[in-house]
Design a protein around this ligand. Sequence first.
Ligand code: DAH
Length: 336
Amino acid sequence: MEAQLESLRTEALLTVAACTDEAQVEQLRIRYLGRGGELTALSDRMREVSKEDKPKIGKLLNETRSAVTAALDERRALMVAAHEARAFDGLDVTLPGASFPVGALHPITQLMDRATGIFRRMGFALADGPDIETEWHCFDALNTPADHPARNEQDTFYMPDGRLLRTHTSSVQIRTLERVAPPVRIIAPGAAYRRDEVDATHLAQFNQMEGLYVDEGVTLADLRGTLEFFFRELFGNDAKFRFRPHFFPFTEPSFEVDIQTAALGGGRWLEIAGCGMVDPAVFEAVNLRRGDRGLDPERHSGFAFGFGLDRLAMIMAGVPDIRLFTDSDQRFLSQF
Ligand code: DAH
């Protein structure tokens, strides 16, 4: 038994030392130390050893097991290290790392999200309406008569069934008032369409943001305060504003908003939005459709506004050509 243990140990240590990969080491571990392994078989024979030899043989058995275990562990660690070293073979760790380009939100979407965030903090909810709209929602209900140029076929995309691609997001004002009663405070970002010749400042599809606030006692001062707060959040506190009288069919009085700010290059006044106090005719059109007097021009008043997001993004980022936003050129888009 003593001799057997000695020779097993010598053989095991030699075989382990000759291993060239991890799998071989594991095979040897099973061969010697496994449940049916050679060393296990020898320890089963301890029963046959005489009483006086037991301590000596027992000790030798333990020593052999530890020696073989240690050899296996050591060989395995060596194999793992060699394996890892091979994996890094030919790798130049001084090279700059490979970068994986990740996508980002489109600049117009970024602006839309930012604008939405500012209005939401002022209590405006997000509203929506269809891009393919009825003439009534897009024009009639907005007090825009049949002979208004916006309704001309040259200016608007009509469907065969008489519906049209909305020329502005103002239709969402009507969609909202049809469904809910005041107080109403919504913004509606979304696409608008016009039969414009595409050039550096026009696209046939562009983006607007509409706003509407209807309640009792809403005044022009509320409109002014809301828009000035919004644009100051966007452009900074030094922004100056000019509310220039204008005409829109659905507001009375109506204004165009001009802004002057260092962020936009100082001196020049830039027109950035249209707005006004909701014309009572709009309330009456919705009442007629609803069949109630939910909007009472004697009690309710409201303001509305709308601005072009693409235009705003152009001004903010100094982009000279609106088509850059739709060209999907990575060299342009990756700057945002
Ligand atoms: N709908 C107008 C346009 O597309 C913008 C606008 C002007 C919206 C005045 C409004 C408003 O809500 O009150 O040019």
